[in-house]
Design a protein around this ligand. Structure first.
Ligand code: NAD
Length: 340
């Protein structure tokens, strides 16, 4: 029996997660809920996904656009075991009432506060703690990137202290109304919210984050200084662990990947998902170890990094896999992310 999954909110995250659900051997995509007709609704219909009307949407608008709908979000929830909410920031909290009424399990996204769900989730970080939960929140793109790296450091050497400067993309590529178009905008909340958010997964981690927003749409880049508890033998030891861990992609110097433009060109070459880079990207050349101090950069593709985590969150809640690594293996095989 496959687990029946609904997607409520079909934008940047929702459309990617819908495709990922449809590829899983143990899940069935019941349908996707959309507020209004758009090119994305049209693509959903072309892919054969059943469309349901959600939010303030009207089925007459879909009819006028020639897009067939199968009912409202209530019908979708009634036919599903779990819903993945991918509505805009803070709308998930409102939608939670719908899910409670329908008596359905729910996965929320990082645009919601952590109290929207029983637990925050990261597959490498705390899969076991989320098993059997009725509600979980997949943390944001930046927090997911830090949490994955934290899981690696904590399991292998321990972390005494970690400072991250986040260089954040201003908007997603399709967002034509956001900025800055020119300029660097510091986040005056110090530390930025990312550090406390990582602590919803690793409560004892000593981490401080600061952030600036820059005019790019491709990816975020994190500039990291981690003081490890136990010194690794050398940088190669640390890089080797990252290389062998799922959801990390390392670039060697000879690959001539100078920055995020080539990373995303590689993603277009590779053609996974929407030409996505769902792994944390680490440049070997940009990794330095000085005793217990590790310095490194990682790039985070904000539009897709949380996609596999949403799948694993469903598996944890429904107890479909014995542990996080087993779930990650199933997800990554289905998505084409498996390491050789
Ligand atoms: P988006 O604006 O691209 O998509 C949201 C979709 O939800 C839109 O299609 C919108 O029409 C629809 N919607 C509006 N009201 C709704 C309602 N009441 N019920 C259901 N759907 C409704 O947003 P997104 O970028 O996909 O973000 C979704 C969530 O994922 C947010 O919590 C966000 O913080 C989080 N997230 C976004 C990114 C990113 O970089 N885009 C990365 C990680 C996490």
């Amino acid at each position: 029996m496959k687990v029946r999954v609904a997607i409520n909110g079909f934008g940047t995250i929702g459309k990617r997660v819908a495709d990922a659900v449809a590829k899983q051997p143990d899940m069935e995509l019941v349908g996707v809920a959309k507020t209004r007709p758009s090119y994305e609704a049209r693509r959903a219909a072309e892919k054969g996904y059943r469309l349901f009307v959600t939010g303030e949407g009207k089925s007459a608008d879909f009819d006028a656009a020639g897009l067939k709908t199968a009912g409202t979000v209530h019908d979708l929830l009634a036919a599903s075991d779990v819903v993945i909410d991918a509505a805009p920031d803070k709308v998930g909290k409102e939608n939670r009432k719908l899910y409670e009424k329908a008596g359905i399990r729910a996965v929320f996204q990082g645009g919601e506060k952590s109290d929207v769900a029983e637990a925050s989730f990261n597959a490498l970080g705390n899969y076991a703690a989320c098993r059997g939960k009725r509600t979980v929140r997949v943390v944001s793109c930046n927090t997911t990137g830090i949490a994955r790296a934290a899981a690696v450091f904590l399991a292998n050497w321990g972390v005494d202290h970690w400072e991250v400067t986040l260089v954040r993309r201003a908007a997603d590529p399709a967002e034509s109304k956001k900025g800055p178009l020119n300029g660097i905008v510091p986040t005056f909340q110090l530390p930025s919210h990312h550090g406390p958010d990582v602590k919803t997964i690793f409560p004892d981690l000593v981490i401080a984050t600061t952030a600036v927003v820059v005019p790019t749409t491709l990816m975020h880049v994190h500039v990291n200084h981690v003081r490890l508890h136990t010194p690794p033998k050398d940088a190669a030891e640390v890089l080797d662990v990252f290389r062998k861990t799922p959801r990390f992609h390392l670039f060697a110097p000879w690959e001539r990947v100078d920055g995020t433009p080539q990373v995303m060109e590689y993603a277009r070459d590779r053609g996974i998902g929407f030409n996505d880079m769902m792994e944390n990207v680490i440049w070997q050349e940009g990794f330095r170890l000085d005793g217990r101090d590790a310095y490194f950069f990682q790039a985070i593709h904000q539009e897709s990094i949380v996609v596999p985590e949403n799948i694993d969150a469903v598996r944890a809640m429904l107890d479909l896999a014995p542990d996080g690594r087993a779930s990650i293996a199933i997800t990554d095989r289905a998505l084409g992310l498996s390491k050789p």
